[in-house]
Design a protein around this ligand. Structure first.
Ligand code: 3HC
Length: 695
């Protein structure tokens, strides 16, 4: 946050590190960290900080010290890029202890997001001044970790165990304005932050108030805190993640210790978590998301301001809600006024539900809806920079629609289809600007789900892809570039996963057993409960449009059998489960009978499944298909597949994604297991794949 008042007086010394500099302004030593993009605590920053504190401490001209950052944020944490490498000195806990032990008052000057190690630095400082829009947080749990440099200790001292535990176990970034009741911040300002920090420093000097005020010397007030209730709540919310429970343990065990012993215990637990598979998986997930956004081409995106959305059904209205929320202007098109009204009502409903669930404040929907126009006339799309269709899945309907769009839009308008399965190359071939057409495949509900597949057709230009990726970023989606094939990357793998689940049903695994095995393993929902929710007939009719794979006699026969029996899922109160009038699901004995009879008819051998058998079959089906996608170049990188599964299909983040799992299992074992399945079932179903693609 470089401002007019950024320190520019006397540069008293160039620090050893090029990323940390020291200036002296009126008896205040100002330490500036300048390490883009987020001032993470790399070794260079740590060296620079220690050197800066030590040299200012012995400088008699300096009475007070300020730590500030250049760029878009105060320190956003330890440097994630250094994780997995041998630790280097100075170790971070020693850095924060050096700051807290400094004999002169140290002020942290916070803006942007002060996270993890960054917040720990701030807590080790003796005073904290924050810009009013700043946020703070301990997001280590999102990386399978706990704070590792005194964060548990100092936060518990300053906020008390309840609030500290809430912050540390949720990982939430919290506005500094929420802490006005506590002693966390000495000043929260809307004025120039550097200027306010310097005024504060001058005040300390003029008041001769120069004894450092150390959080580490405070005691913990935990007398009336119900540790047992907190533990139950934390474990319930953690849903399989280890770090929140470890954080709880650290706070509980250390509440009566001095800060130094508490930090030693915290560090021990932090290092154990650092070596854990969950942490490796979560760090992989963080990197996979960042990586997915990166394109190999240098093409520049075109600016998109006005967006046309054709179709106001569930998908189109969800997509429109996303665009409006992200400040785009939206022109909604429907076939009739009646359909248009229904679409507008859905959009309004999405916004109301956002407000109700606390995702938006009360006044935000009005500003969004003011940017929405609607019409039944395609001519109203003429000014749009991007036109996206979300109409019925029929290729002829989509071809005809794009003919009409091309006739009214600018040549540079990006044309996007939200199709889930149709051949985008074929749609592109039907218009005179095939290079302008791209797939933008949203996942339902589009205003909630983070995943967006950007589908590159044969002729899609690099500029159009760059534009679609940039739009995805503005929509705050995890956008992943994929190629054209039936189902693209996500749904093609989902079909393979579904096939295996369906086959296991015919081999005698029970509905509840499959769902429980998968959810106990970590999947957000059981695959059969998902089918009931989305409607078994939907997938069935999409598959019926494709030739039946004759090599696979059980191919989705369980679903077909249920559709024939009019058990379509929740909507008929009968699917893989039976539903009562309150929507609660129950075992459906009829399904056992129907599936057993179908298996007999098809001559499918029955077996006993363990939960592990079920998970292995499902997971290896995903791995096998993922490797096939990589080989075919449908996805750019292994980690892209993981990003897709983490954000589109409820794969447990702490397991990293199916391809991360494959890497953990190891090439040799993956190869052996796939060979066993191939031998047992057939090469057509378990084809030979290139395991060398695994890293
Ligand atoms: N270390 C290294 N690089 C980081 C980083 C970190 N802690 N945090 C973000 N980055 C990088 C990103 O990888 C990205 O790099 P790229 O441009 O090459 O892709 C770049 O900074 C910008 O990040 P975003 O695209 O995410 O930018 P946003 O503005 O959307 O978000 C952010 C910024 C809120 C800081 C977000 O990046 C974030 O949440 N980062 C993770 C912060 C975190 O987890 N900190 C705790 C680390 S663990 C720790 O501190 C342990 C300690 O207790 C010992």
């Amino acid at each position: 946050m470089a401002t007019e008042n950024s320190p520019k007086e006397q540069n008293i010394e160039s620090a050893q590190s090029p990323v940390v500099t020291i200036n002296l302004v009126k008896n205040t030593g100002i330490i500036t960290i300048d390490y883009a993009p987020v001032n993470a605590l790399s070794q260079a920053v740590r060296i620079g900080l220690v050197h800066a504190i030590e040299s200012l401490e012995i400088n008699d001209d300096v009475k007070v010290i300020i730590i500030r950052c250049q760029g878009k944020t105060f320190i956003a944490g330890a440097d994630i890029k250094e994780f997995g490498k041998p630790a280097t000195q100075p170790y971070f806990p020693d850095v924060v202890n050096t700051i807290e032990a400094c004999s002169k008052p140290v002020i942290a000057s916070l803006f942007g997001t002060s996270l993890g190690g960054g917040f720990e630095v701030a807590l080790a400082c003796h005073y904290r001044i924050a810009y009013s829009t700043a946020k703070v947080g301990m997001p280590e749990v999102n990386l399978g970790l706990i704070p590792g440099a005194g964060g548990t200790q100092r936060l518990m001292r300053i906020l008390g165990p309840e609030q500290a535990l809430e912050m540390i176990t949720s990982g939430r970034h919290i506005s500094v304005t929420k802490f006005t009741e506590s002693n966390l911040f000495d000043v929260i300002t809307e004025n120039d932050l550097d200027q306010q920090s310097q005024i504060f420093a001058q005040q300390l000097i003029s008041d001769n108030n120069l004894t450092p005020r150390r959080v580490g010397e405070m005691s913990v007030n935990s007398s009336d805190f119900d540790w047992q209730a907190a533990k139950t709540n934390i474990i319930k919310k953690a849903r399989g993640k280890q770090a929140p429970a470890v954080a709880f343990d650290v706070l509980e065990q250390t509440q009566k210790m001095n800060v130094s012993d508490g930090m030693a215990y915290e560090r021990e637990q932090f290092l154990k978590l650092r070596a854990s598979e969950q942490s490796a998986a979560l760090i992989h997930a963080f990197a996979a998301e960042k990586q997915a956004a990166k394109l190999n081409s240098k093409a520049q995106p075109v600016e998109v301001i006005n967006v046309g959305i054709i179709g106001g059904g569930n998908m189109g209205s969800g997509i429109a809600t996303c665009f409006l929320t992200a400040n785009f202007n939206v022109q909604l098109i429907e076939q009739s006024n009646e359909a248009l009204e229904a679409g507008l009502a859905r959009i309004k409903n999405n916004f109301s539900s956002n407000v109700k669930r606390g995702r938006m404040n009360q006044s935000a929907p009005d500003a969004c809806l003011a940017r929405l126009n609607s019409s039944t006339d395609y001519q109203s799309l003429s000014h749009c920079d991007l036109v996206l269709e979300a109409v019925f899945e029929n290729i002829e309907v989509k071809k005809a629609l794009f003919q009409k769009v091309v006739a009214v839009c600018k040549p540079e308008t990006v044309l996007a289809t939200n199709t889930s399965y149709l051949d985008i190359d074929e749609i592109a071939a039907s218009i005179n600007r095939p290079e302008q057409l791209v797939g933008m495949h949203f996942f339902s509900p589009a205003n909630i789900m983070k995943l967006l597949e950007i589908v590159k057709a044969d002729k899609t230009s690099e500029k159009v892809i760059a534009t679609a990726m940039q739009v995805g970023k503005k929509l705050k989606k995890v956008s992943v570039l994929v190629g054209v094939c039936f189902g693209f990357a996500g749904n093609r793998m989902y079909t393979r996963y579904g096939r295996e689940v369906q086959q296991m049903l015919l081999e005698g695994a029970k509905v509840e057993q499959i769902d429980n095995a998968m959810t106990n393993w970590g999947m957000a929902m059981g695959p059969l409960a998902v089918q009931d929710m989305s409607g078994i007939d939907i997938g069935h009719s999409a598959r019926s449009a494709q030739p039946f794979p004759t090599h696979d006699k059980g191919y989705f026969r369980a679903a077909a059998t249920l559709v024939e029996a009019n058990r379509l899922g929740r909507k008929t109160q009968a699917g893989f489960y039976q539903y009562d009038e309150n929507g609660k699901k129950h075992h459906a004995a009829e399904v056992d009978t129907l599936l057993f009879e179908k298996a007999q008819q098809l001559g499918i051998k029955q077996r006993i499944f363990s939960d592990e058998d079920i998970v292995q079959r499902a997971l290896f089906a995903l791995i096998s298909e993922g490797l096939a996608l990589l080989k075919a170049g449908i996805v750019q990188r292994m980690s892209d597949i993981d990003a897709i599964w983490l954000h589109g299909y409820g794969f447990p983040r702490y397991k990293g994604g199916p391809m991360f799992q494959a890497s953990q299992i190891g090439k040799a074992q993956v190869e052996q297991k796939l060979a066993e399945f191939r031998e047992e079932f057939s090469e057509a179903i378990w084809p030979v794949v290139d395991v060398d693609l695994l890293r």
